[in-house]
Design a protein around this ligand. Sequence first.
Ligand SMILES: C[S@@+](CC[C@H](N)C(=O)[O-])C[C@H]1O[C@@H](n2cnc3c(N)ncnc32)[C@H](O)[C@@H]1O
Length: 386
Amino acid sequence: MATVADKVVVPTMQLERLFSMKGGKGESSYANNSQAQARHAKSMLHLVKENLDLAELQASDNPFVVVDLGCASGSNTINVVDVIIKHIIKRYEASGLKQPEFSAFFTDLPSNDFNSLFQLLPPLGNYGARTEECVAANNHRSYFTAAVPGSFYRRLFPAKTVNIFHSAFSLHWLSQMPEIVVDKKSSAYNKGRVFIHGSSAIIANGYKKQFQTDLRSFLSARSVEMKRGGSMFLVCLGRTSLDPTDQGGPGLLFGTHFQDAWDDLVKEGLISSEKRDSFNIPVYAPSLQDFREVVESDGSFTINKLELFKGGSPLVVNKPDDASEVGRALANSCRSVAGVLVDAHIGDKLSDELFHRVASRATSHGKVLLEQIQFFHVVASLSFAN
Ligand SMILES: C[S@@+](CC[C@H](N)C(=O)[O-])C[C@H]1O[C@@H](n2cnc3c(N)ncnc32)[C@H](O)[C@@H]1O
């Protein structure tokens, strides 16, 4: 007998046409569930500034171009672009060079909720006769802006036009699921699981290869687009273990209560086991070595810094002793990043059921969860190799 979810028609779409963080301003939206990323980003600002200090400044009539790759729809991207431009302006002031005008491009996949993002943007400052006036104005932005839709695994900008690339918490998203992991006939078919965590070496290797292929494409595109003297700052989820089947914090997020909730739907007959098995979270948290291998073999960029940075918990709660708040936070956090994929796979109603189960399972383990779940990030500061 066909189960409810088997009747949901999911058009076969490439991941990049479909994927986004949960848009809007609702309870499980990315805008309302990205305070952890905001905290982690804040703790790394000194590294961002160190990277900016390596960028060459020039007196030019052309705009100074800053790009955030994987901007999503919350205020984090706006905050970091603001920090970047203010820091570069300070450097221009100290250098005595004529200050250029600034452009900032917010880029993400086409399904991203750019409308919600642009509603958060402060108005343009007084970009009139004198640049200093607009810089001084609080609550105003000192840059022109536009959205650029498209995958950062391909070209997004004309050659040699970008001074600073920044990307936070995005590069662990694969461009697609590795084919061997989704092919039912393959020995690497991820049967019974919805994530790599706790799977076998052959499956993990499929994910690793996809991550490294994607990162290579990313670097190749940026090496064409970046201006000489530019700089690039990248942050993505990373792991401390050498073993890729141990994904650390992301493993707890997608491999425990989320996994169990999928199993619940199967046991309750709401979806078939095949339906669960054909769902996979396209995330890979690399080790430093996984990341380094690609940058070095690509050869376009020098590594100024490459380290694993402890971000902390992905859960932000007001009352840590309230297990149900912890449970809700985990479910909302999971839904804000993976909800769009789940909705497309089993439909909105069953997605509600799934995340309801994630919340209640996480509530039963609230205390342990808060103690155990920690995210680490690979942080890379890159410039052109000479
Ligand atoms: C967790 S969000 C990070 C948002 C933001 N940078 C921040 O700090 O809060 C990850 C973003 O990466 C984007 N992303 C994933 N794969 C992408 C790709 N191939 N090209 C462009 N953006 C991508 C997602 O759509 C999502 O908006």
